[in-house]
Design a protein around this ligand. Structure first.
Ligand SMILES: Nc1nc2c(c(=O)[nH]1)N[C@H]1C(S)=C(S)[C@@H](COP(=O)(O)O)O[C@H]1N2
Ligand SMILES: [Mo]
Length: 328
């Protein structure tokens, strides 16, 4: 895995003009193709396996770290981030999604954008993302359950995508919906969440430059278990805000209902900003198990949880005047 690890770091950190390694180039090209930026190529797994090992990755740029767009914390291994998942449509076990979501059909994929905007429409994924180049964002992901990861995503700032639809002044919130297809999603037969999975953001949160619509991870297109082909990431909030496999985005005037808040309003708030001072009713949120490292097994360190998951300097001002103890 050590070799793989270097390759993926290289894939994410190197500048386009510096790319010489085949694997890196092919991976990036696949991701670009997923954005409609360039045509997809037929690539064999063989060609990738034969690629020479990549040199050690350069560290993330200080500017990217300062902006919150990257971090120099140890990355979670790709194998852990893609086999330890929450995606209840495919079961409630951590290993269920990586097994059961393989059959999720992610192409063709349409996203309906509607509500308080001048240009609503239902778009093919390629059209939704046309003209955008994927950006690399290495974010901390803090699950409300008390574990965390550091994951290198590829995606587009949500706000830039939303602006094209020209939201009106009535667009105070944005509501998101996951695909709900019982034929493809075996976990939907269980009575847990009131399907479809739904999430929402206030409009300023949706427009914040840290808020990402991800289509890739570790230099590759998103695997199904991580929310292919399109998922949300709001790194200063608990992971459940990061809704997967999005099929609908709606601009709305009122705070929209959300899946976890509907299920347990006392345990899961709408804002759900990471806050070590506000415990979940059933457990402490003061610390977290960081799943990262290259030990060759799932390796977890207990570390202190930070306010807004370490993104306070970038986002705390949005909540000035709000009671943060209440809006967990
Ligand atoms: N549609 C949908 N989105 C979802 C979930 C889910 O069950 N269904 N789980 C959420 C939770 S609780 C977390 S922690 C993250 C996990 O993302 P990951 O598996 O890519 O790490 O996805 C979030 N998005
Ligand atoms: Mo979570």
């Amino acid at each position: 895995m050590a070799g793989d690890h270097r390759t993926l770091r290289e894939a994410l950190r190197i500048r386009e003009s510096d790319i010489t390694d085949e694997t890196v180039w092919r991976q990036r090209r696949r991701v670009l193709a997923a954005f409609g930026a360039i045509p997809a190529l037929g690539l064999s797994a063989c060609a990738e396996a034969e690629a020479p090992p990549a040199p050690t990755a350069p560290p993330p740029s200080p500017a990217a770290v300062a902006a919150g767009f990257s971090t120099d914390e140890t990355l979670t291994r790709e194998i852990d981030a893609t086999t330890y998942n929450n995606f209840y449509e495919f079961g409630t076990g951590k290993a269920d999604p990586s097994r059961a979501a393989r059959t999720l059909r992610t192409s063709p994929w349409q996203v309906e954008v509607s509500g308080e905007c001048a240009r609503p429409g239902t778009l093919e994924l390629n059209d939704l993302l046309r003209g955008f180049l994927p950006e690399e964002r290495t974010y901390r992901l803090r699950c409300v359950e008390g574990w965390s990861m550091v994951i290198p995503w590829l995606g587009v700032p949500l706000g830039e995508v939303l602006r094209r639809f020209e939201p009106t002044s009535n667009a105070k919130y944005v509501a998101f919906t996951t695909l709900a297809d019982r034929a493809q999603m075996p976990g939907m037969r269980y009575r847990s969440i009131d399907w479809p999975y739904r999430e929402g953001l206030r409009i300023d949160e949706a427009m914040h430059p840290l808020t990402l619509l991800a289509t890739g991870v570790y230099g590759k297109p998103l695997p199904q278990q991580n929310g292919a082909p399109l998922r949300l990431l709001v790194p200063w909030k608990y992971g459940f805000k990061g809704i997967k496999s999005i099929v609908a985005i709606r601009f709305v005037e009122r705070m929209p209902p959300t899946a976890w808040n509907d299920l347990q309003p006392r345990e899961y708030g709408f804002f759900a900003n990471v806050n070590p001072d506000v415990d979940h009713p059933r457990w402490s949120q003061a610390s977290e198990r960081r799943i990262s490292g290259t030990e060759g097994k799932l390796f977890a360190n207990r570390i202190a949880t930070r306010p807004f998951n370490g993104y306070a300097e970038h986002v705390a001002s949005m909540y000035a005047g709000m009671d943060l103890r209440r809006w967990y």
